[in-house]
Design a protein around this ligand. Structure first.
Ligand code: NAD
Length: 790
């Protein structure tokens, strides 16, 4: 066909990217020695290998060493050996290494892109223009953080040896998201890529050799779930950073419970793509193409649920179908290809299975009329209409080129539908009315919201989820915290409660019942089981009784906390005023609380007064910080601003310590409240009367009903009930190690954010037991991208 003829049919001719350099690279490697450990290339101890194949043809690319537990031991040992020198090196030295990595990657940019496309199947346009440049930007951006550590993160230190496990959908980019911040923070790493896509990580290890990364600072081991589990369970690792499916994320949460390992989980998603009737429909369609068909839909934040306002649904669907018919499915190395193959046959089968099930459940699945290449794991882009909210295509992450469509009538319904998922990774909002978009964005349970756009990423802007999409952020300032730990003023090891007090049945018809009740929904209520616990004075006499809270009481308290909308929706200034008022009212009862402390704990009069005074001071502190611990505005290299907003975590369960029982309780509850969370607190089992004495103070301080709920009783039992409750979003545990471990392990239902002292209390009187470290636990950072310009 000559140019004129081609012009008339408007068809694209083939435009293949050359692969000879990548083939030469493949031919020149011994992949049976592909473990990069301590700066050397090693074979797997067990001598095993696994195959990596080309998704566009199914052909074998390489047989790659498959690490076993002994290899992971060796990698961790190498990382531990390199740690002291690397963590003690200056920020400038680490910055130079990160920068050198970025520059060396730039020199091999094309090879990285071609290899990534060959191994993963993603169109070359994407690996060339998105994956590789973003990965490079990550290293160069984080060179800056290495030098800014002392300035921007005072009092924080790198956590140590880090185990990192990544998926196959963005092999190089996920590697960069993991390794760059870790190195900047002074950590050393053992990283395991996914078994489908090992190649670019091997090229990256070669780059590390050339860029002068000290031996052992970066260790890259190849293998599957077994190698991954060996990393997760290794005692020589201080932090696990995982990106992958929610199922494996939950396994990892359970496996690390009680180990004291820091954990971040970047998991799956079912992100909403919301189109309001005033949206620019053509732009929305282009956004949608990028949102769901980018990387064949194998994207954690894929806009896989199209929510469209009823009045424009038909028009939009018609435009989407027309656009889908023009998507070019074919060789991923062709520069004109929009849709390449899926990564593997197993993934292709999974996608087909989910579509079949979706159709069985009533969805109408439409595909454009196109022919697929005869070999390879290709799948046509698919549009599912008539999808009910409960349909598997609306609920499950397909991780393939499938768009599920639903309609809504008004803004409230759009928000409700968008949030009707167990995930919370990302969302797109399309409207020409930016006021509407910015009204909707904060109401979406998602870590990233794109206004009139989609799939915008940058190294300076945090990325990560809410709910079962995991916890922790990657990128920017928030991402750095994941590799740092604050010096906390550790207090004594907490002993499990040994209270010999037996439950006492509350007598009917007693004229004056002196048992302190529970505090739920702003009211003092009897415990459901009608039992109480005796509380002893320091001298072993009966000081009083408190309600013995049960599972049912926790359920009621969580419902009350969830129902309280006025607190999270109040302005920060309002919350600040209420906290000041609480402080004021507590100070009015200073003598009474001091006497209670002396009676129960045996503290002398001065120590007791000091504790009350410090408690008041802490309320003052958080009242003052309520409107100062704010988000930021990022200016990424795009025509957009990114608003990093601080939002409350939601309902936070707090299990408070025995030490300094009033101060410890207030030091935890006050920051949670200051940031707009509602709280279900379980006070010290030994000294609960200090918390129950607070009821009246809370009642006359204008704290809205349900903002603070207090359930007294057996700490170990109630902590686990809170952990299992799927409507609790965060859980702070300052109780004995055994209870912390059990509660962490039980928190996997909704992957709540758990902060555990691992059986250590803090010195609550220390200034370090207050401030930003606590406030950061009390918030989620939501990044809202707002593009500008015509
Ligand atoms: P996966 O969970 O099956 O595997 C991810 C990694 O974990 C692989 O390296 C695998 O070998 C390893 N692994 C598997 N079982 C393990 C175990 N028991 N212990 C330790 N490691 C184990 O996920 P996948 O299929 O490779 O990737 C797709 C998933 O990743 C999707 O759910 C996607 O949403 C998610 N993802 C999330 C993000 C994000 O930032 N939130 C980014 C990319 C992908």
């Amino acid at each position: 066909m000559n140019i004129l003829e081609r012009y008339h049919v408007m068809e694209y001719g083939p435009a293949p990217e050359a692969r000879n350099e990548a083939d030469a690279w493949l031919a020149g490697r011994d992949f049976s020695k592909a473990l990069f450990i301590g700066g050397d290339w090693k074979a797997a101890g067990g001598g095993k290998t696994f195959d990596t194949s080309e998704p566009s043809s199914g052909k074998l690319l390489a047989k790659v060493s498959d690490a076993n537990a002994a290899d992971i031991d060796a990698a961790v040992a190498a990382a531990a050996k390199a740690l002291p020198k690397w963590s003690a090196s200056s920020g400038y030295q680490r910055a130079k290494v990160l920068y050198a990595i970025g520059r060396a990657m730039q020199r091999h940019q094309r090879l990285f892109a071609v290899l990534e496309t060959i191994d993963n199947g993603k169109p070359i346009r994407e690996s060339r223009d998105i994956d590789v440049p973003l990965a490079i930007r990550h290293f160069i951006h984080h060179a800056g953080w290495a030098q800014a550590l002392d300035r921007d993160f005072p009092g924080q230190k790198g956590v140590g040896v880090v185990g990192q496990i990544i998926p196959w959908n963005f092999p190089l980019l996920m590697l960069a998201w993991k390794i760059a911040p870790a190195l900047a923070a002074g950590c050393t790493v053992v990283l395991k890529p996914a078994e489908f896509t090992p190649l670019t990580s091997i090229l990256f290890a070669e780059i590390c050799e050339r860029a002068g990364v000290p031996k052992g600072v970066v260790n890259i081991v190849q293998g599957g779930p077994e190698a991954g589990a060996a990393i997760v369970n290794h005692p020589g690792i201080q932090k696990i950073a995982f990106t992958g499916s929610s199922e494996v994320g939950k396994i990892i949460r359970k496996a690390t419970a009680g180990s004291g390992k820091k954990l971040s989980l970047e998991l799956g998603g079912k992100s909403a793509f919301i189109v309001f009737e005033d949206a620019d429909l053509d732009s929305a369609v282009e956004g949608l193409v990028d949102g769901i068909w980018f990387n064949q839909g194998q994207v954690c934040c894929a806009g896989s649920r199209l929510l469209v306002q009823e009045g424009i649904a038909d028009a939009l669907i018609a435009k989407v179908k027309t656009r889908m018919s023009r998507l070019r499915v074919g060789s991923p190395l062709d520069k004109n290809t929009d849709i390449g193959p899926l990564v593997d046959l197993t993934q292709l089968d999974r996608v087909k299975g989910l579509i079949a099930e979706g159709a069985r459940q009533g969805a109408v699945c439409w595909q454009p009329d196109a022919t697929l290449p005869s070999s390879g794991y290709y799948h046509l882009p698919t549009l599912a209409t008539g999808v009910s909210p409960a349909n598997i295509l609306a609920q499950e992450e397909v991780f393939g080129p499938v768009l599920a469509t639903m309609t809504f009538r008004n803004t409230e319904e759009a928000i409700e539908l968008a949030n009707n998922t167990r995930y919370g990774l990302a969302a797109s909002v399309w409207s020409e009315n930016v006021n509407l978009a910015l009204h909707v964005a904060p109401q979406l349970k998602a870590g990233v919201v794109w206004v009139n756009g989609t799939n915008m990423f940058d190294a300076a802007c945090g990325f990560g989820g809410y709910r079962e999409s995991g916890f922790g952020r990657e990128g920017g300032r928030e991402g750095m915290f994941e590799y740092l730990s604050a010096k906390l003023p550790l207090g004594p090891v907490i002993k499990p409660a040994t209270s010999s007090a037996q439950p006492v049945e509350q007598a009917d018809g007693v004229a004056i019942d002196r048992t302190a009740k529970l505090f739920i929904g702003g009211k003092q209520v009897r415990p459901d089981g009608n039992y109480s616990l005796a509380v002893a004075t320091a001298k072993g006499k009966l000081a009083g009784e408190v309600g013995l809270g049960s599972r049912k009481d926790i359920r009621d308290a969580v419902s009350a906390a969830r129902a309280c909308k006025s607190w999270p929706e109040a302005t920060a200034y309002n919350r600040s005023q209420v906290l000041y008022y609480l402080a004021e009212n507590l100070s009015g009862r200073m003598e009474e609380f001091a006497a209670r402390l002396t009676e129960l704990t045996g503290a002398n009069a001065k120590a007791a007064r000091d504790e009350v005074e410090l408690s008041i001071e802490r309320l003052f502190l958080y009242a003052g910080l309520a409107d100062k611990f704010e988000g930021r505005v990022h200016q990424p290299p795009a025509r957009a601003v990114t608003l990093a907003l601080h939002e409350p975590v939601g309902v936070v369960g707090i299990v408070a310590p025995d030490d300094q029982p009033l101060l410890g309780f207030i030091s935890l509850v006050a920051p949670a409240l200051a940031m707009g969370n509602t709280v279900v607190a379980v006070p010290s089992e030994r000294y609960p009367l200090l918390a129950t004495d607070l009821y009246q103070v809370i009642e006359y301080s204008d704290v809205p009903a349900g903002a603070v709920n207090i359930v007294t009783g057996r700490t170990a039992e109630l902590a686990v009930v809170l952990a299992k409750h799927d409507d609790v979003d965060g859980l702070w545990l300052f109780t004995d190690a055994d209870t912390c471990a059990k509660a962490e392990a039980e928190s996997i239902g909704n992957l709540k954010r758990v902060w555990s002292g691992n059986g250590r209390s803090l010195d609550w009187a220390s200034e370090d037991a207050s401030g930003d470290v606590f406030l950061r636990r009390a918030i989620e950072v939501k990044n809202v991208w707002v593009p500008y310009g015509d």
